[in-house]
Design a protein around this ligand. Structure first.
Ligand code: ADP
Ligand code: MG
Ligand code: ZN
Length: 477
């Protein structure tokens, strides 16, 4: 049994949802033919001058406000020097002493427990290009070179692999809700470096290692778990840990040492002389603050308090901002919230997955969902007919039609007419004498088979509550 406590801090890089790069007008669109989104500026040719894209600053401030940071009214950029073929200039323009944002936090939730993770800083920097290793050759693609990034640096407040996962997941949601980054991890738009050390509680922190560029939530969790085990083994065997940079191999499920740790001084940081300091007025900060949407955590709380939804429901509804917005639009009309939520969590999410659509591409809106939920809650249609209507709303031929129109067209109104249902029930009892006898003989659950038959006979349109009641009446005479 080990008494070592893991201490973990994350440095997360997010590619910004700005259309052009950080110091030139080149496109940041993902992919494209190699080396087509480039110009002398982002190639770092001598004689070109960087001109800061203000959108990058705005998105960084947005992230900072959403993560409860303070915003520096005056910040600066610095050169960080290193040589690698994906960085033609030989230095990256980043921020060292005066980042745009500092001193924030993000609350994560794990097994119902809330934990606050402090954020040390958020700064802007430029991305590097990409090396493409082929058979016998390595190519350099600079399409991503000098695209704008933010780096979000946490304090070492995380204490295990599950917290790493929860932090990344929660952070991803915040960046998506605010539109700061598209967070497409498979495209490298969100990636993290994981710093880990072990210590005994009450003692100073131990030597840390850093794993670079984890690009999925599960890889981050697996890598953290692996590294904690590796360090524990070394320490328990009486070995010594070295500050090192490691690479995680997700296919093999293990890490290996890339290099023994570089120190900040080896980067020869100095103030970037070619760009102006970044000045951000309080007015600008307030404008950006006013543009922030309600954050997922606040929405979850509101869904519980205002609409009486469970933690579970609130959690599912807020996974995607588009679905959460859909729910809000529907519920604020006064439609029954639980039924709206059920449609989203059931049929709508299922149909989106089946059709390979993003929630943003949903072909109908909150008013339609509200109408659908009301049709069900008033008994105008059965809930199975509601599922049918949802399916039809996804079909392009029904674009622009309301649920009510579809119900009429497809003749899906629930039959709540006593005489009509009574007739159907009589027929079914007559056709199923054995089941009826079972029921009368005391096997009360036999009634569900009869209810099923009546529902089938009515093509799902009979009001199931009425069917049940009328069958009981008829069988008990
Ligand atoms: P550097 O300048 O070497 O990148 P920083 O002080 O910026 O170091 O820290 C980088 C990351 O490492 C931060 O997320 C921080 O929380 C984390 N960190 C710092 N010390 C430790 C430690 N002893 N154990 C684990 N993580 C740490
Ligand atoms: Mg660092
Ligand atoms: Zn360019």
């Amino acid at each position: 049994m080990s008494t070592y406590q893991p201490v973990i801090g994350l440095e997360v890089h997010a590619e910004l949802a700005a259309e052009s790069k950080i110091y030139c007008g080149c496109s940041t669109a993902f992919g494209g033919e190699e080396n087509t989104h480039i110009c002398p500026g982002c190639l770092g040719m001598p004689g070109t001058l960087p001109l800061l894209n203000r959108k990058v600053v705005e998105l960084c401030v947005k992230a900072g406000l959403a993560l409860n940071c303070k915003i520096n009214p005056y910040s600066r950029q610095d050169r960080k020097h290193y040589f690698y073929p994906d960085l033609p200039k030989g230095f990256q323009i980043s921020q060292l002493e005066l980042p745009v944002c500092y001193d924030g936090y993000l609350d994560i939730e794990l097994a119902g427990q809330r934990k606050r993770i402090r954020i040390n800083r958020i700064h802007i920097e430029e991305d590097a290009g990409k090396l493409i290793h082929g058979a016998g050759e390595t190519r350099v693609d600079l399409n991503r070179g000098a695209a704008g990034l933010i780096e979000i640096v946490s304090e070492p407040d995380l204490s295990g692999p599950d917290e790493v996962y929860a932090y990344m997941e929660t952070l991803r949601q915040v960046l998506l809700y605010t539109g700061v980054s598209n967070c497409k991890m498979e495209e490298g738009a969100l990636r993290c470096d994981i710093n880990i050390s072990l210590h005994h509680e009450g003692e100073p922190f131990g030597v840390r290692t850093e794993m670079k560029n984890l690009n999925s939530l599960s890889a981050a969790r697996a890598a953290a778990a692996y590294e904690i085990k590796r360090q524990t083994r070394i320490l328990e065997e009486g070995g010594e840990l070295f500050q090192a940079t490691l690479r995680w191999d997700d296919d093999k499920g293990e890490n290996y040492v890339m290099r023994v740790k570089e120190h900040a001084e080896e980067y020869y940081y100095f103030p970037e002389p070619d760009v102006m300091p970044i000045v951000i007025s309080q007015e600008e900060v307030e404008t950006i603050r006013a543009s922030l949407p309600e954050m997922p955590e606040a929405r979850r709380r509101r869904y519980r308090e205002q609409y009486n939804l469970s933690d579970y429901d609130a959690g599912i509804l807020t996974v995607s901002k588009a679905l959460s917005d859909l729910f809000d639009r529907a519920a604020e009309t006064g439609a029954p919230p639980k039924i709206c939520a059920n449609f989203i969590m059931g049929d709508i999410i299922r149909l989106l997955n089946e059709k390979g659509l993003e929630a943003e591409q949903l072909p109908f809106g909150g008013a339609d969902l509200a109408e659908l939920a009301t049709l069900v809650s008033t008994g105008a249609i059965s809930s199975s007919a509601g599922s049918k209507v949802t399916e039809l709303l996804f079909q392009p031929v029904n674009a622009g039609k309301s649920p009510g129109e579809i119900v009429k067209e497809q003749n899906l109104e629930q039959v709540s007419d006593d005489t009509a249902i009574r007739d159907m029930c009589r027929d079914v009892i007559e056709q199923n004498p054995k089941i009826a006898a079972d029921y009368r003989g005391g096997k009360k659950q036999a009634i569900s088979a009869l209810v099923g038959q009546v529902m089938k006979a009515s093509q799902g349109k009979a009001n199931p509550g009425m069917v049940n009641q009328i069958l009981q009446e008829l069988l008990e005479v």
